[in-house]
Ligand binder design. Structure first.
Ligand SMILES: *Cc1c(COP(=O)(O)O)cnc(C)c1O
Length: 362
């Protein structure tokens, strides 16, 4: 028997077992080619079909309107922190950022390096333990765009309703860690982007969903590989794309459809998150959630009474094959990442362990 653990890693993270098994079955001979997907040309009919099917499945799953392009790019979400201002903020213009955690802060800083960016809100003084209300946002009606991060992977706060930009200001979202975790209304966005390795596949691919009119704003003098318009015109095949990652993302999208689509997935995700939050809330303060409100369905962040107990928690969890629970050093404590591929059964094991650990050490 192959050993599989209960994987709560923040990213790269758990993938559906069915997807790994299919990749394994097709590894040596992909659809009668006698080659693996890693060995076929990105210009071949077989690979073109992989891209086309992944795009069609994603369009179906997220109900993406026809006037949006779907691209599979590289550089991690982090490269797009720089590409977004390069492509969509004209010389002399300013862009707005809602700073709600480590990732939106990084996006904001990268944007400031390249030109003018303002923080429409910055929750750092409260250690990013909640999201700003719409009324707290100081929005620039002339902004080139408004950027936000729908789920802060490290702090564990998540937007369930989009911030509303001023009329005519495009809304851009880093959705790396809650991508395809629930239904959203894509028509509210000018662009969504997500590194695949949290919820959609292996590292190496970044999924970008860009409304057509945005591509008309792209300056012609950008390096070709940093130019969204040029990348869209070649349908992500301007140069060799991350073929294997795109293939696995395609399998994950088919899996997501096969288990009932985003409504069913969201229900399951809510079930898992509320199981863990319930233990935290009923622990009488033994477990303390980091997020006060806007608690993430994807990344549950919490502390224990002491760092010594936190270390002990991680070590004992590991003995029970509960893996990846140590929080990011900037927040401390624990983080349970409950992405789509994490099962209810794994979450039950975690919850059981948390209760036992408190009974012994509380
Ligand atoms: C992980 C993460 C990133 C960075 O992704 P890379 O692919 O490592 O560049 C950006 N934003 C969010 C929300 C993330 O969770």
């Amino acid at each position: 028997m192959t050993k599989r653990v209960h994987n709560f890693n923040p990213g790269p993270a758990a993938l559906p077992l069915e997807v790994l098994q299919q990749a394994q079955a097709e590894l040596l001979d992909y659809k009668g080619t006698g080659m693996s997907v890693m060995e076929i040309s990105h210009r071949s009919k077989d690979f073109e079909a992989i891209v086309a099917e992944a795009q069609a499945d994603l369009r179906d799953l997220l109900k993406i309107p026809a006037n949006y392009k779907i691209l599979f790019l590289q550089g991690g979400a982090s490269l797009h922190f720089a590409m977004i201002p390069m492509n969509f903020r004209p010389a002399g213009a300013s862009a707005d950022y809602i700073v709600t955690g480590t990732w939106s802060k990084k996006a904001f800083k990268e944007s400031q390096k390249l030109g003018t960016a303002r923080a429409a809100a910055n929750l750092e003084a409260e250690n990013f333990n909640r999201l700003p209300a719409q009324s707290e946002l100081k929005l620039d009606p002339q902004a080139a765009y408004l950027h936000f991060t729908s789920n802060e992977t490290i702090h564990g706060v998540e937007y369930f309703a989009e911030p509303v930009p001023p009329d005519g200001v495009p809304l851009i979202c880093d959705t790396s860690s809650d991508f395809i975790s629930r239904p959203i209304d894509v028509s509210k966005y000018a662009m969504l982007y997500a590194g695949a390795q949290k919820n959609a596949g292996p590292a190496g691919a970044v999924v970008c969903i860009i409304r057509d009119d945005m591509l008309e704003k792209v300056p012609a003098n950008l390096p070709t590989l940093l130019n969204y318009k040029a990348l869209a015109e070649e349908n992500s095949l301007l140069n060799t794309p991350p073929c294997w990652s795109i293939y696995i993302v395609g399998l994950v999208l088919k899996w997501a459809k096969s288990i009932g689509g985003l409504e069913a997935i969201y229900q399951r995700n809510q079930t898992k998150a509320s199981m863990v939050y319930k233990v935290i809330d009923e622990s009488g303060g033994f477990y303390k959630g980091h997020a006060k409100t806007d608690r993430s369905v994807m990344n549950v962040t919490f502390r224990l009474p002491s760092e010594a107990l936190e270390e002990q928690f991680v070590a004992e969890a590991k003995k029970r094959d509960l893996i990846g629970l140590k929080g990011h050093r900037s927040v401390g404590g624990m983080r349970a990442s409950l992405y789509n591929a994490v099962t209810v059964e794994s979450t039950e094991e975690l919850v059981k362990f948390m209760k036992e650990f408190q009974a012994k050490n509380g």
